[in-house]
Design a protein around this ligand. Structure first.
Ligand code: SF4
Ligand code: SF4
Length: 277
């Protein structure tokens, strides 16, 4: 089963939930799609056995073949090209790799070349295959890295996707093929505001979903009220616990360390699978 773990914002416990879900599955692949800041590997400490570069196409220009028609500049909707001092100037960091400029160039002066924007590292950690997407610093979008990591084939019962935070196009890329979405929500006004944004996104994709309330305390019922009004299942309420936070901050999987938490995460996974039958 393919499960994405989402949060409307960073710091709600998305990696905490996704790594522990992957651990309690008998056989799983954990995919870290939080490519700007992947930290699931801190918990799994996988032994890396495979590294794949992720490349995109960017324009390559040969001034000698250019007749100055500016068709390439006109077609670029991202302002990645300009014509100055009788030649085309390329702003590679603005390019969205659409390929338009090389297609319209009548002389062959504009072609394409590969640019490495990141990589994916694979390794094993006990019963978990760990895939980590890493976007190079300064790149504008992690979507190509996420696309490559989620579209590869994995021979495990479960695939747990640690999605990027927020509700942008990189989140869409991470959830497009999943069977189920888990929202990790913290019970604060800010937390529920951002959760609603990603909830709306998941609704558009028509995915089954459920909520894990992290750092739960009884003084705030905002998430419960939202779940009731919108008929969304609350899979679990994980109480705020300083000790657990401390263990987590040391890069230790709580399900591995503590039987009670093993049971808690196993119960979440079982509920998800039960709902899919
Ligand atoms: S590939 Fe597309 S986005 Fe990039 S420079 Fe060419 S037209 Fe612009
Ligand atoms: S479309 Fe080709 S020939 Fe025309 S300005 Fe651009 S690179 Fe030069």
């Amino acid at each position: 089963m393919k499960i994405a773990v989402l949060s409307g914002k960073g710091g709600t416990g998305k990696t905490f939930v996704s790594t522990n879900l992957a651990y309690v599955s008998k056989e799983s692949t954990y995919l870290d799609c939080d490519v700007e800041e992947p930290n699931g590997r801190i918990f799994f400490k996988p032994i890396i056995d495979e590294v794949k570069e992720v490349k995109v196409k960017v324009p390559s220009y040969n001034q000698e073949q250019c007749d100055g028609c500016r068709k390439c500049v006109d077609i670029c909707h991202f302002n990645a090209l300009a014509f100055a001092k009788n030649k085309v100037v390329i702003f590679e960091e603005l390019c969205h790799s659409c390929g338009g400029c090389s297609l319209v160039c009548p002389t062959g002066a504009m072609t394409e070349k590969d640019k490495i924007i990141g990589k994916i590292e694979y390794g094993n950690s006990e019963n978990v295959r760990v895939g980590t997407g890493l976007l190079n610093i300064g790149e504008i979008t992690g979507v190509p890295v996420i696309n490559e990591i989620v579209e590869a084939n994995y021979n495990t019962n479960d695939i747990i996707i640690d999605s990027p935070p927020g509700s942008s196009c990189s989140v869409m890329e991470a959830i497009k093929d999943v069977d189920y979405c888990v929202f990790v929500v913290e019970p604060t006004v800010f937390g529920i505001h951002n959760f609603k944004l990603v909830y709306e996104l998941v609704k558009i994709f028509n995915k089954n979903s459920g909520i894990v309330i992290n750092k739960h305390n009884d003084s705030n019922r905002l998430v419960e009220e939202f779940a009731k009004e919108n008929n969304v299942t609350i899979l679990k309420k994980i109480p705020f616990n300083k000790k657990i936070g401390l263990i987590n901050s040391k890069g230790i999987l709580i399900a591995k360390e503590n039987k009670e938490y093993y049971k808690l995460f196993k119960d979440i996974l079982d509920q998800i699978k039960e709902g899919e039958k």
